[in-house]
Design a protein around this ligand. Structure first.
Ligand code: ATP
Ligand code: MG
Length: 431
């Protein structure tokens, strides 16, 4: 019979990788918590209309990337392609936005039907941060300070750079769109196919085109910056000032527009040149119109999302994964004699009770000394504890170092607890 494999672009995470994910997730958790952000968890499936109305009908995501299906009740549902829409829906539904500031974050799987390649998958994972109820550039700056701190904490500060732009308000974008369409229509035959199509549907996205001829053409095209409203200009100037004062470097990129319709004013991307074409590890911006667009009261909002797979790839590329992010055991407890199992469990439980962070593996499945020792070595434990017949009789346990040369010693329970505390730098919870 043919075996069943996972769906293309949807990956299993095996233990050797999941420890790296755990490390990254723990760093993010600590970070967002230190800025006072609170976690929100939304469903993975939402009504299709939510994404159509928020992301925009003429975007890559809605046009060709969504996993949409009818449920048994004939309703059109979609596996979420991103988190902002669901977060806004949830906040509105539960009254989180009225007269309140919300600093929220979430993480989880997202789904897009894209061509799978390095850094681009069909099920991928994002950590997202969204702030509601604040209009000023100070909160935009806070989000960038927060991400900059994350890169520092992860040892990635030299691997990423910040690209920044402002999209102005919707009126300035409309005026710019007219001028851009006029310019590009006159040169339509020089545009790539995608851009020709977008000329009618979503001309701003042409700025994003990766086609080099199109990029050439854009060099002399009208610039959004010349169409900006005064308020957006001031907002942007203040944001840049705050970043300067905080020592955060950035590049203003007038071509940066982002692929979703709901952005206005600030947009940004943290990019790396170390992952090939999939170089954006974190992207976001301001979306003051979205809550209202989805039927709520007008609420300013700003946020970003980072791709976990790309960050893990970057950690690997930069050799920035700490040794502590491993599945190695600390202690492997061997019971190579008949009847040793109960006494072995007792010692293991005592150790776990005293030191909850200690990683103790109790040998299971029997076997002789040699076989158990092989398992101990395979576990990468620093120490094997051996409960042989002599030890069982004397109420002691033998300790053998597995990663360095040390004479084997025999300890009673009290000395064992002290030994472990000293070797692993632990404090007993019973002390
Ligand atoms: P790209 O231009 O690379 O397609 P995007 O603009 O579609 O990115 P966003 O919707 O802004 O991406 O999502 C935020 C982040 O999520 C991206 O910067 C990236 O790190 C990650 N991401 C987006 N799509 C994928 C995917 N298919 N696989 C893995 N990560 C992804
Ligand atoms: Mg995309």
């Amino acid at each position: 019979m043919k075996t069943i494999k996972a769906i293309r672009g949807m990956n299993d995470l095996l233990p050797a990788q999941s420890v790296v994910w755990q490390y990254l997730e723990q760093e993010v958790r600590t970070l967002v918590n230190s800025y006072g952000y609170q976690e929100i968890r939304m469903p993975i499936v939402e009504y299709t209309d939510l994404f159509k109305r928020s992301i925009g009908e003429v975007t890559d995501i809605v046009e060709k990337e969504m996993y949409t299906f009818k449920d048994r009740n004939d309703e059109s549902l979609t596996l979420r392609p991103e988190g902002t829409a669901g977060c806004v829906r949830a906040g509105e539904q539960h009254g989180l936005f009225y007269n309140q500031v919300q600093r929220l974050w979430y993480s989880g799987p997202m789904f897009r039907y894209e061509r799978p390649q390095k850094g681009r998958y069909r099920q991928f994972h994002q950590i997202g941060v969204e702030v509601f109820g604040l209009d000023g550039p100070d909160i935009d700056a806070e989000l960038l300070l927060m991400t900059a701190r994350l890169w520092r904490n992860l040892g990635l500060e030299n691997a990423v750079t910040l690209q920044l732009n402002t999209l102005g308000d919707s009126e300035s974008r409309s005026r710019f769109k007219v001028a851009l369409v006029e310019y590009l229509t006159q040169r339509k035959d020089q545009l790539d196919d995608d851009s020709q199509r977008r000329l009618d549907s979503n001309p701003l996205r042409i700025l994003d085109s990766k086609n080099s001829e199109t990029q050439q053409l854009l060099n002399d095209a009208p610039k959004l910056i010349d169409f900006l409203d005064q308020e957006s200009i001031e907002h942007f100037e203040l944001l840049k000032q705050l970043l300067d004062d905080a020592g955060i470097k950035y590049q203003v990129n007038p071509r940066l527009v982002r692929g979703l319709d709901y952005y206005g004013k600030t947009v940004f991307e943290w990019v790396t040149d170390q992952l090939g074409a999939q170089g954006t590890v974190c992207a976001g911006g301001r979306y003051n119109g979205l809550v209202e667009q989805l039927g709520g009261r007008s609420t300013p909002a700003v946020g970003f999302a980072m791709g976990i797979e790309r960050l893990v790839l970057l950690l690997e590329t930069c050799s920035a994964i700490p040794e502590s992010a491993s599945n190695d055991a600390d202690i492997y407890l061997m019971t190579p004699v008949e009847g040793g199992q109960s006494a072995g469990f007792k010692i293991a439980e005592t150790l776990r009770q005293a030191y909850p962070s200690l990683r103790v593996i109790s040998h299971c499945g029997g076997g002789n000394f040699k076989r158990q020792m092989k398992r101990a070595v395979d576990s990468q434990a620093s120490y094997a504890l051996i409960l042989g017949s002599e030890e069982l009789e004397s109420g002691e346990i033998s300790v053998k170092a597995l990663k360095e040369q040390q004479p084997q010693q025999r300890l009673n329970e009290v000395d064992l607890l002290d030994f472990v505390a000293e070797k692993f730098g632990l404090k007993s919870t019973d002390a």
